[in-house]
Ligand binder design. Structure first.
Ligand SMILES: C[S@@+](CC[C@H](N)C(=O)[O-])C[C@H]1O[C@@H](n2cnc3c(N)ncnc32)[C@H](O)[C@@H]1O
Length: 230
């Protein structure tokens, strides 16, 4: 029995117009994504022997970059629309080491026995906490000791009593990036998606056999983590 991952939660990435806009939006949110991909590759200690999965890869904004640093990337997403856009990029750039998989994170992980590293870039918040823990349990099962997970997401590091202030800051910040849709998306995210506290995320990884190798608090609503399998 698995959570129904293919039923969209919050922002609907099955929508073609949204999918087409995603890279443009990511560029507004992320700044220099080539630099960030290099940082992810460093943090994950990627080599040309590694098989990596980019879980919730979307239209492959980061997948294409990460593929340069490893042997193979599984590009995993529930949205065939996002994967079609990635597939066009793969074909037009003659890339041979990305395999697209139209699956959910849980479905993909539970069907694999071994991977060398994992990337979760703005996707883990689509799973409720219990199912995040199930996904992490599978990550622990299929990664060797020392292998790493890079997680970047909307993760809360403020005291719960201050949530109104920090939610407002997040919406205001995204509204200021010059894209009307981002304001609605931010509000939808806070109300309908499954972002949670940093101490819950850390607790879930630690309980499943990982340690926090690095943590960057980008803002009170956005963290980057590197978790290492113990
Ligand atoms: C905010 S986008 C991020 C895309 C990409 N990682 C990036 O940073 O550009 C979230 C993506 O996660 C996908 N997604 C949502 N729930 C998922 C699940 N359970 N399993 C796999 N992908 C999922 C959505 O279809 C969407 O493409």
């Amino acid at each position: 029995m698995l959570f129904d991952e293919k039923r969209p939660v919050g922002a609907n990435f099955l929508d073609l117009e949204r999918a087409r806009k995603w890279d443009q939006r990511s560029a507004k949110l992320e700044g220099n994504h080539t630099e960030k991909a290099r940082h992810i590759a460093d943090q994950l200690k990627l080599t040309d022997k590694y098989t990596v999965a980019d879980l919730g890869c979307g239209s492959g904004f980061f997948t294409i970059e990460i593929a340069q640093y490893c042997n193979k990337v599984h590009a995993v997403d529930i949205s065939p629309v996002m994967l079609n856009i990635l597939d066009e990029k793969i074909k037009s750039n003659g890339i041979t080491n990305i395999a697209c998989s139209n699956k959910g994170i849980l479905e993909f992980l539970s069907g694999h026995d071994h991977l060398d590293a994992l990337v979760l870039q703005l996707s883990f918040h689509h799973l409720p906490d219990f199912w995040k823990a199930v996904a992490i349990h599978h990550m622990a099962r299929l990664l060797n000791q020392g292998a790493r997970v890079f997680l970047s997401d909307v993760i809360y590091s403020f005291p719960v009593s201050e949530y109104k202030t920090h939610f407002k800051e997040m919406v205001d910040h995204l509204s200021s990036r010059g894209d009307d849709g981002l304001t609605t998306d931010a509000q939808k995210h806070l109300l309908e998606e499954y972002s949670t506290f940093d101490w819950i995320i850390e607790g879930m990884f630690e309980k499943c056999g990982f340690r926090v190798a690095a943590k960057t608090v980008n803002s009170s609503t956005h963290c980057d983590y590197v978790f290492e399998r113990e």
